[in-house]
Design a protein around this ligand. Structure first.
Ligand code: PRP
Ligand code: MN
Ligand code: MG
Length: 185
């Protein structure tokens, strides 16, 4: 929608750039998991778009499952305390698991999730994330597949939200400060 364009300072990644990079990531994943059964675990809600595109681009047999987690503590997501809002339906025992994320920001969500899933006896757990902010990382995580390293700015689109909006943008853009610095309504 036209009004949404005014909320972005600039477009960081176009739909085409994202599509191209996801295809490259898929070729790597196909090489690494050839002959294996793979369970993709999407982290709701941000990972919905990257999961949908990654899963359809992959030529491997895959399953998809979903988890919803929430950070809490003093209203911000920086506490590193995570709780499960919706757990996986799948048993991870002896499975090859690939966590699919839209973005690694501080790394807190993912580092907790990796510990949690690794305790369930999987054959392997790796991470595919479309975006990473190297300058925002507080917890070291080593994702096997990364789409783009981006600057430490407030980005939205392609699953990423601000107050639940903008997830449906086809590209990824930097949100204009006026959107989050002025009171709404
Ligand atoms: C966002 C994003 C990642 C996480 C990254 O999710 O989708 O899951 O934050 O941040 P971190 O590296 O600092 O932990 P959010 O908690 O906003 O939920 P959402 O996916 O529903 O938007
Ligand atoms: Mn998320
Ligand atoms: Mg969010």
């Amino acid at each position: 929608p036209a009004d949404v364009e005014n909320d972005l300072v600039r477009l960081l990644l176009t739909e085409e750039q994202i599509r191209g990079r996801i295809a490259e990531m898929c070729r790597e994943i196909e090489r690494d998991y050839a002959g294996e059964d793979l369970l993709l675990v999407g982290v709701l809600r941000g990972a919905v778009m990257v999961m949908a595109d990654l899963a359809r681009e992959l030529t491997l047999p895959i399953e998809m499952d979903w988890m919803a987690v929430s950070s809490y503590g003093s209203g911000t997501k920086s506490s590193g305390v995570v709780r499960i809002l919706k757990d996986l339906d799948s048993d991870l025992h002896d499975r090859h698991v690939l966590i699919v994320e839209d973005i690694i920001d501080s790394g807190l969500t993912l580092s907790w999730l990796l510990d949690n899933l690794r305790s369930r006896g999987p054959a392997s757990v790796e991470v595919a994330a479309l975006l990473r902010k190297p300058d925002a990382m507080k917890m070291r995580v080593d994702p096997r597949y990364i789409g783009f390293d981006i600057p430490n700015e407030f980005v939205v689109g392609y699953g990423l939200d601000y107050a639940e909006r903008y997830r449906n943008l086809r590209g990824v853009g930097v949100l204009a400060p006026h959107v989050y610095s002025t009171p709404s309504q």
